[in-house]
Design a protein around this ligand. Structure first.
Ligand SMILES: Nc1nc2c(ncn2[C@@H]2O[C@H](COP(=O)(O)OP(=O)(O)OP(=O)(O)O)[C@@H](O)[C@H]2O)c(=O)[nH]1
Ligand SMILES: [Mg+2]
Length: 469
């Protein structure tokens, strides 16, 4: 009996210790967690979530929209996975038609299988060969040589001809397909994606009402070596066509035009740094002009150090701008078909296509759509679907229910708002209500002002190089 009582005591003790440890751990976790972007309400006059939580479903109005998926017959299981997820969280209530596109005819099995997973209309489209394949004037040898070259440099997916074709098709032609061009809106979905929250309102109707044209879910940085020449081509296009870029452009670029000077101070984006540099240059000039140099060893050291410095080489800088590599991850898009199907986009695409970047490099449709959006749309025409929990591949955005979202069931997975936060933080910064572009620094004004100050300082016996700013 005593043995049994002892055992029971031991078990109770162990349970109590475990519970206490669990409470202590979770408390210290809560205490330790530093607030990050995911705790913030990202909301401004430019863009906010359409609704913060679940809504009463209203299907009284419908948009002219489709859910589009480009896929292969062999991907049927992954296609069904995506369908089940999107139907379960959204389309079972809204019944938007599905459109499947393929460069080969869909099999009967594929058609039968997918039709079991939606009550909505389904259409299956074959992609015309001339839109899928590279133009005839490019020989197989030339294409293979380029793919092999990229593959040798270990550029992701670059040895897959089909991947290049897919990116080129999504960049330049999917919206021309008659099964897509009849719609005003599309929601792009891929095989094997997951949705983590319910979407209880109609995103197309909301986009339409708020005059939005392009909706995204994840914004991240492109792999540099997939698109080394893309930005140069886009800038060339902007110059030739004299395009006035819209304000989304700043989200995707580093602009080095901080000053009124085209050539000086390019690597110094902050005002303090630019003024310091102006001051240093004036001191050096004055010092070198002296017939008899005083024993200012600091100045001599500075001049020697500068003469040895290697300037940073900005490989892609063109017209004082760099692509910051941020782009909307286009495997999720809710957008207007005519954004891409109109002549302006077609002209832009043809220009890029002729440069050969879809085979000489591995340009993705994501940076191409994004740079076009950057050129042509203002930030208030974009929408961040923050409330849509979405997983593709290794990235999964899932909102904290406490901030936004409806019935979210978030996986324990790295959150792009934190892990990939650089591009997202630009979005937050540029869309915030109190954001103002930095005023351009008038170099001539500061050169004159600091020259006078330095001359006075030196006349009064001051030291060379002393900071007067
Ligand atoms: N019909 C067809 N669809 C393709 C082909 N290549 C890719 N796709 C589809 O195009 C979309 C993007 O292709 P993925 O291979 O998933 O490209 P990704 O998303 O960049 O790469 P992952 O990170 O591997 O998913 C998917 O919907 C694919 O099913 C192809 O050769 N034929
Ligand atoms: Mg994919």
């Amino acid at each position: 009996m005593k043995k049994i009582i002892n055992r029971i005591c031991l078990i109770i003790c162990l349970i109590t210790i475990s519970i206490s440890l669990f409470i202590i751990r979770s408390q210290s976790y809560t205490e330790k967690r530093i607030p990050d972007l995911t705790d913030e309400k990202i909301t401004s006059k430019i863009d906010s979530v359409f609704y913060e939580n679940c809504q009463k479903i209203d299907v009284s109005r419908k948009a002219n929209a489709t859910i589009v998926m480009l896929c292969r017959n062999s991907e049927i299981d992954k296609v069904i996975q995506s369908m089940k997820s999107l139907e379960g969280h959204f389309n079972q209530w809204f019944n938007y038609p599905w459109t499947f596109l393929n460069d080969e005819p869909f099999s009967e099995n594929f058609k039968q299988q997918v039709s079991k997973h939606t009550n909505a209309k389904i259409e299956f489209g074959l992609i015309p060969k001339e839109q899928w394949d590279f133009p005839n004037y490019l020989s197989k040898e030339e294409l293979d040589e380029n793919f092999q070259y990229q593959s040798d440099r270990t550029i992701l997916y670059s040895n897959l001809e089909s991947y290049h074709k897919m990116c080129r098709y999504y960049s330049g032609a999917f919206f021309k397909h008659p099964l897509i061009s009849k719609y005003k809106w599309y929601w792009r979905v891929e095989p094997n994606v997951k949705f983590h929250c319910d979407l209880t309102y109609d995103p197309f109707i909301e986009m339409e009402e708020k005059n939005k044209k392009y909706g995204f879910n994840i914004i991240l940085s492109e792999l540099y070596y997939t698109t080394p020449n893309l930005f140069r081509q886009v800038r060339k296009y902007i110059q030739i066509k004299k395009i006035q870029v819209k304000d989304t452009w700043k989200l995707l670029t580093f602009n080095s035009k901080w000053t009124t000077s085209d050539t000086k101070y390019l690597d110094k984006p902050e005002k303090d740094e630019i003024l310091r540099e102006i001051q240093d240059q004036i001191y050096i000039k004055k010092f070198l002009e002296l017939k008899e140099k005083p024993k200012e060893t600091e100045m001599i050291d500075q001049i020697i150090r500068r003469s040895k410095e290697m300037p940073y080489l900005h490989e892609d800088r063109i017209n004082l701008q760099d692509f910051n590599l941020c782009h909307f991850w286009s495997n999720f898009e809710i957008a207007r078909v005519d954004l891409f199907s109109d002549n302006e986009y077609q002209d832009f695409f043809n220009f890029l296509d002729e440069s050969g970047g879809f085979y000489k490099e591995r340009w993705g449709d994501a940076p191409i759509h994004s740079l076009y959006v950057g050129m042509k749309l203002n930030l208030n025409e974009l929408h961040y679907f923050r409330d849509i929990g979405y997983q593709h591949d290794i990235f999964s955005h899932c909102p904290r229910d406490s901030v936004v979202g409806c019935n979210c069931n978030c996986p324990n997975w790295p959150e792009p708002e934190i892990e990939l936060s650089k591009c997202m933080s630009y979005w937050v910064k540029y869309t915030s209500d109190d954001y103002k572009d930095k005023p351009v620094i008038d170099v001539e004004y500061w050169e004159n002002k600091l020259t006078k100050k330095i001359e006075k300082h030196l006349r009064e016996g001051g030291k060379y190089g002393q900071n007067l700013i």
